[in-house]
Write a protein that binds this ligand. Structure first.
Ligand code: DC
Length: 219
């Protein structure tokens, strides 16, 4: 089995780039952020205080999160409910960032992520894939871009989806999540020592995909 780890900050284009690269290679694309989002959603629905780590940890009891692949597309399930669409709101993004700082949440999702790479050739994206989840990954990539470019791309994506927001709101949200993700005590976002960093600030989508594929093929 071959495992490619792609980590990087919010809005660096990880998911769209990794999805396309996986298609080209015939690999499964695993979006681990969707797992943290699903836990965030479940906690929000139950009105659990996300800044209370003990309450969040207790809220994991009996929770069932799983992944399914349908026509090559990842679907994420909360119990039997497909929540793949519902987890894509700004509110759930922030909730995911908060619950992901709780060690019990990371432990809860650890094995599920590992198992995906045991039985499939994968490109897995997240924040700690190369550092924690798949430390023996065959290739590790740290995908990044400037905060302004990431916010601009995310803003345009949200407007295209008909969401109501402003560029300033998206940028401040993204900076807040960057801060949370890089400053948490457990599995903070940082490049693995052997990761190849790709800054896509000046790239089109197709150029970024080609750069990622070149690193994978060259390894
Ligand atoms: O990639 P994303 O925006 O869907 O991730 C949502 C949040 O989940 C993000 O703010 C940090 C967290 N996350 C994480 O801590 N570890 C991962 N492997 C993936 C996501």
């Amino acid at each position: 089995m071959t495992a490619i780890a792609i980590d990087g900050p919010t809005g660096a284009g990880k998911s769209t780039i990794a999805r396309r690269a996986a298609e080209r290679l015939g690999f499964i694309y695993v979006d681990t952020g969707a797992l943290y989002r699903t836990i965030g959603l479940s906690m929000l629905r139950r009105g659990i205080d996300l800044s209370d780590a003990a309450a969040v940890a207790a809220g994991l009891d009996g929770l069932k999160v799983s992944l399914r692949f349908q026509d090559g597309e990842q679907r994420v399930l909360l119990g039997d409910e497909d929540v793949s669409g519902e987890i894509r709101t700004a509110e759930v993004s922030m909730a995911a960032s908060k619950v992901s700082a709780v060690p019990a949440v990371r432990e809860f999702l650890f094995q599920l992520q590992r198992d995906m790479a045991k039985s499939n050739n994968v490109i897995m994206d997240g924040r700690d894939i190369g550092t924690v989840v798949l430390p023996n990954a065959d290739v590790k990539i740290f995908l990044t871009a400037s905060p302004e470019i990431r916010a601009r791309r995310r803003f345009e994506e949200m407007i295209a989806k008909g969401m109501q927001t402003t560029y300033e709101e998206v940028l401040s949200d993204l900076e807040q999540r960057d801060y949370n993700d890089t400053h948490r005590a457990i599995a903070p976002l940082k490049p693995a020592p052997e990761a190849v960093t790709i800054d896509t600030s000046g790239d089109t989508f197709d150029q970024a995909v080609e750069r990622v594929l070149a690193v994978i093929r060259g390894s």
